[in-house]
Design a protein around this ligand. Structure first.
Ligand SMILES: Cc1ncc(COP(=O)(O)O)c(C=O)c1O
Length: 449
């Protein structure tokens, strides 16, 4: 039995930090072994949507494991797999026709890219293989996924292993790379895609991948409403497939079931993850439109890549139950409503001298902190502002997600919020109040007040 006085054999992110031990979760709360309660203000890492400790979801894990936990996809389908595939495709309004389930968002975007390549091979365009993406995107930590991610500090150490694919500027209106405003711009950030496709040769380009609303790298930056329409036009012009990464935004997080519904654009391929099971099992997936599916079916007729746990009955049964729970309790609608309330309350934080931007949709919310609200000058990264804010909030019983590097990877402090959709107005009040007090403490500590 491990004792507090012993050396830990856990390879922690911060190898010098003492982490509390989580013991249980209930609703929006987490409890550590000391009995301290925390508001899960980030849903882990924007995963937990239905809430912690839901017995009817946990029961499905047990019941399904007792029936059949694992079977190999090469030999069997299963009813939970069939039903989850149907339900997730239906949730896209029929825009996606087939789904392939894996265990992580990174695997999902890797498969999306392979599916794009497979489509071009079967469609008689074997020279198309390049995948373009955006600086500040995050699509996963495996070497392929990191290659089409644009999150500087996560890529930095592993660049020798990464594929040399092009990145275009992000859709980041608060700190626009083209020094434009959304009211006056010509969507230069979308137009840049056409430039790189032409420069590299359209005959070499397979796909463009993007998060509809940015994740941790830009903490919920929302593109102009017509951004994806322009992206879609460009993709269509050059036979480049549009992959939308809904790993973070999907399953209601932004107040609509999928975030692409906020924009008038339809993907060819989609990645899903996190909210599929709301944290009750490690699940993610890649989805394809009928056009992609039919092209593959009518030509090679097979798609080989997979992972051992792909489509396992246990994960699918949990995903199905989590989706049913979202539906039964109208939690996506609730997420939209609570999101509106949260944004209203968070606006009050603008009284703080460091609050530069508050952005996002539904309950995917980002705050960006600056040294100067007028010039948007960033805070000295040595001060580790967002990390200190995270630690202060945690000591006061609130978990938030800290992020940095939004100013081209050099500096820039942000936090992301993403509580479970069951959060109440009173609990949002508590969350905002703890954040408010934590901000006051850290601003004082670093000499901003
Ligand atoms: C948009 C997006 N795509 C992909 C991933 C990678 O998912 P995972 O960490 O499950 O591999 C993440 C993780 O945060 C994400 O936010």
């Amino acid at each position: 039995m491990w004792k507090e006085t012993m050396k830990t054999h856990i390879l922690n992110t911060d190898m010098h930090k003492k982490y509390p031990y989580v013991e249980r979760g209930e609703g929006i709360y987490l409890y550590d072994e000391e009995g301290k309660r925390y508001i899960d203000g980030a849903g882990g890492t924007i995963v937990v949507n239905t809430g912690h400790g839901i017995k009817e979801i946990a029961r499905v894990l047990k019941d399904q494991a007792e029936k059949i936990a694992f079977s190999y996809r090469v030999d069997f389908n299963s009813r939970p797999l069939e039903e989850l595939a149907a339900k997730t495709c239906e949730a896209t309004g029929g825009k996606m026709d087939k789904a392939f389930f894996v265990s992580s968002g990174s695997e999902a975007t890797e498969l999306c890219v392979k599916l794009a390549r497979k489509y071009h091979l079967d469609n008689g365009a074997p020279s198309k293989y390049k995948v373009f993406s955006r600086w500040h995107a995050y699509h996963g930590i495996t070497n392929g996924a990191l290659s089409w991610s644009g999150m500087y500090h996560r890529r930095k150490d592993y660049i020798p292993y990464l594929l040399d694919f092009n990145h275009i500027p992000p859709a980041y209106c608060y700190r626009c790379w083209f020094e434009q405003t959304p009211e006056n711009c010509n969507l230069e950030c979308a137009g840049a895609l056409e430039d790189v496709i032409q420069a590299e040769g359209p005959e070499t380009v397979s796909a463009f991948i993007a998060e509809p609303i940015s994740g941790t790298s830009l903490c919920a930056a929302v593109p102009r409403v017509d951004y994806f329409e322009r992206i879609r036009e460009i993709c269509d012009r050059y036979d480049v497939l549009l992959i939308l990464d809904e790993v973070m935004t999907g399953f209601g997080r932004t107040g609509k079931f999928f975030a692409f519904e906020h924009f008038n654009a339809t993907p060819d391929i989609m990645a899903i993850g996190k909210g599929v099971t709301g944290g009750y099992y490690a699940m993610a997936g890649a989805m394809i439109s009928a056009n992609i599916a039919d092209t593959i079916a009518d030509n090679s007729g097979n798609f080989g890549p997979g992972h051992t746990y792909a489509g396992n009955p246990l994960g699918c049964a949990v995903g199905l139950k989590n989706m049913e729970y979202l539906e039964k309790h109208k939690l996506v609608e609730r997420c939209a409503g609570m999101g509106e309330y949260a944004f209203k309350r968070l606006e009050e934080l603008r009284k703080h001298p460091t609050v530069g931007d508050i952005r996002g949709k539904g309950l995917q919310i980002g705050l960006e902190f600056v040294k100067n609200q007028e010039t948007k000058e960033t805070i000295d990264p040595q001060l580790m502002f967002s990390q200190r804010l995270h630690d202060e909030a945690m000591s006061r019983g609130l978990i938030i997600q800290a992020s940095s590097g939004c100013n081209r990877g050099q500096s820039g402090d942000m936090i992301q919020l993403g509580p479970p959709y069951i959060i109440t107005e009173e609990q949002i009040d508590d969350l905002v109040s703890i954040l408010d007090n934590s901000l006051s403490v850290i601003e004082k500590e670093v000499g901003f007040t």
